[in-house]
Design a protein around this ligand. Structure first.
Ligand SMILES: Cc1cc2nc3c(=O)[nH]c(=O)nc-3n(C[C@H](O)[C@H](O)[C@H](O)COP(=O)(O)OP(=O)(O)OC[C@H]3O[C@@H](n4cnc5c(N)ncnc54)[C@H](O)[C@@H]3O)c2cc1C
Length: 593
């Protein structure tokens, strides 16, 4: 045996497993602890390094602390922002439960910014409006531009206090199924974890497993996402027969630092920042005259591309300017300290006196593992659940964000559905017996990991990764068409072929990140494939999915969620199905801002 894996296999029995310690995973773990359920949280990163900690702008809830607001307005904005693809029962849960969730966080000690009379302060964010679209409303609760950091620290402290058991730096490399795969009625009965520190495999058995592994922005070359966001939970579920939902809807955030994609939060526009083209014009007035820079992200990213195509990028190049100079030093330093620092460090620009060059950056997965309102994973379009498997946070698609997420709605999604996941899993754990033995469940993945490190020769993962990221950027970006997407599907299949012969150079067992990155590349290829195949099949434009060959939204044919299944034996995915959108209160209309 190669030394990349050590022989010992541990087996650990718990009631519940949470994979991932971002906002969604931590809140679920906290609920489980409150119910006294023996729980293991496995996380490949130290918990407070999860991407939730990078969220800057805020978390929205219709508290109405600064001006009149109602959860119904929030619900409407979420649905319209999502171009009517969001399930309206889910959007209602999000908007209603956002309010108690934020208040609960405050009681846990989260240091929100305050109004002069001591309430949680709120600021504007794109697409959040007063009275069903009349104008911007202050709905985003924030802690400077470090909101996610504060949420993560607060929830982690609470988990430690409640005695949650963490397995830090355990990389989950497989899910265990009992009685067949998910599409054959099987039940999820555990996970296999690879302990990064020493290369041992550990099998965990449980009655309920939550995927809270975040997104897959690393599939694109220019992205705001951390290196760890490689779609692990989505790909692992997909490999076991779970469909992925609405993967064609991937959000490009308008304001990434040019070249690196590092995010400059929408908070900059929420506080009043401008977007300026080469002619010095606030060009959003031609695209969204009412909301201007506070229009939803899909629209602004398209507008930036239009400006660049028309030769109005700065100096004729592929970026435009974010200008906050008029806000003044005090507002910039007090309310936008971190993003100002990012512009200084990564771009050498001083936002107090200079405009900042920005361009769209791959940011957020609206799609993911399909779930119902209780976060139970769905096996098909009819709503049958996969017993034992749950998903919450960015890995999941419930679907509250539809075809385009509004800023600040992801953090709320984590809080509301992370909490719901913990509650539902606790119920299941109390009423379900332990599944059968999972001994030997690590064999398949052990062989796969060994193959990566024992092949005598082969392609280097970094090369495939670079090609994949370029292909996704060029062909599955803000604008798409049949030729681009067709080439993407073929290109990904070719890269998957090469991946079958990939080889890692580090054969050691201690912190073998080479091996894990190769494994993660496999997840990226799977999620990229699901994205390109779903995008190819959706011949309309809706939200973040913008087809130049089909520029109109087509409700007659596509007011439905896409489900895509992995092909058998590595063949490209061809099985797709569609699930009708749940409409309760708001009939689809043209989307004007
Ligand atoms: C730069 C940036 C700024 C943002 N700003 C905002 C904002 O202001 N407001 C907002 O609403 N949203 C914002 N978002 C989006 C939001 O932060 C994310 O969607 C959200 O934090 C995702 O949380 P999560 O709990 O789903 O997963 P994450 O916080 O991404 O955590 C994923 C967890 O899964 C673990 N994990 C992954 N794979 C494995 C594996 N194989 N084995 C074990 N563990 C694994 C990781 O260790 C980690 O703990 C921002 C995103 C970015 C990138």
């Amino acid at each position: 045996m190669s030394s990349a894996l050590r022989a010992e296999v541990g087996q650990i029995d718990v009631d519940a497993i949470v994979v991932g310690a971002g906002g969604a995973g931590l809140w679920a773990a906290l609920e489980l602890a409150r119910e006294g359920i023996p729980t293991a949280v496995l996380t490949k990163l130290y918990p407070t390094r999860s991407h939730t900690g990078a969220a800057q702008g805020g978390v929205c809830a219709a508290l109405g602390n600064v001006e009149e607001d109602h959860w119904e307005w929030h619900m409407f904005d979420t649905i319209k922002g999502g171009d009517y693809l969001a399930d309206q029962d889910a959007a209602e849960v999000l908007a209603r439960e956002a309010i108690p969730a934020v208040i609960e966080l405050e009681r846990m000690g989260l240091p929100f910014n305050r109004t002069p009379d001591g309430k949680i302060d709120q600021r504007r964010f794109g697409g959040h409006t007063r009275n069903y679209g009349e104008g911007p409303v202050r709905r985003s609760c924030y802690a400077a531009d470090r909101t996610g950091h504060m949420i993560l620290q607060t929830l982690y402290q609470q988990c430690i206090k409640a005695g949650v058991k963490f397995y830090d730096e355990y990389h989950v490399v497989d899910l265990v199924f009992d009685g067949g795969e998910a599409d054959k009625g099987g039940r999820c009965s555990g996970v296999v974890g690879y302990k990064i520190a020493d290369g041992t495999l550990h099998v965990f058995r449980a009655k309920a497993v939550l995927l809270a592994t975040g997104g897959y922005g690393r599939a694109w070359r220019v992205t705001s996402n951390a290196h760890s966001l490689t779609g692990d939970g989505m790909a692992l579920a997909w490999r076991h027969g779970v469909p992925l939902q609405d993967m064609e809807f991937y959000q490009f955030h308008p304001t990434g630092i040019v070249g690196t994609g590092i995010l400059l939060s929408e908070a900059a526009r929420g506080e009043g920042g401008y977007l300026i083209n080469d002619a010095g014009q606030r060009f959003m007035e031609s695209y969204a005259p009412k909301l201007m820079e506070l229009a939803p992200r899909d629209m602004i990213s398209r507008a930036i591309y239009q400006e660049i195509r028309a030769g109005r990028g700065i100096g004729g190049k592929d970026y435009i300017h974010l200008d906050v100079r008029h806000l003044g030093r005090k507002v910039i330093e007090e309310k936008l300290p971190d993003i100002t620092e990012l512009a200084r460090i990564y771009q050498g620009v001083e936002p107090i006196s200079e405009p900042v060059p920005v361009q769209p950056t791959a940011h957020y997965a609206m799609g993911g593992v399909p779930t119902n309102l209780e976060t139970e994973v769905l096996a098909d379009a009819r709503g049958n659940v996969v017993p034992g498997l749950f998903a919450a946070g960015e890995v999941a698609c419930v679907s509250v964000h539809g075809a385009n997420r509004l800023g600040t709605n992801s953090l709320v999604d984590l809080l509301v559905f992370g909490k719901r996941a913990g509650i539902r899993m606790a119920q299941i754990c109390k009423s379900t017996p332990q599944p059968g033995s999972v001994q030997g469940a690590e064999r398949a993945v052990r062989d796969e990991l060994l193959a990566l490190s024992t092949r005598p020769s082969g392609v280097r993962p970094a090369e495939i990764r670079r090609e994949l990221a370029a292909l996704m950027m060029d062909n599955v970006g803000v604008y798409r068409d049949e030729a681009l997407l067709g080439a993407a599907v073929k290109g990904i299949a070719k890269l998957k072929g090469e991946y079958a012969n990939v080889r890692v150079e580090d054969t050691g067992s201690v912190f073998n990140t080479d091996l894990l990155e190769a494994r993660e590349l496999g997840y990226l290829l799977d999620t990229a494939e699901a994205t390109a195949v779903s995008a190819y099949a959706r011949t309309e434009s809706r939200g973040a999915h913008s087809r130049e060959d089909f520029p109109e939204r087509n409700d007659a044919k596509f007011l439905a969620h896409t489900l895509v299944w992995q092909g058998s034996d590595g063949a490209p995915a061809t099985k797709l199905d569609y699930k009708l959108v749940t409409i309760t209160k708001f009939e689809p209309k043209a989307r004007v801002y």
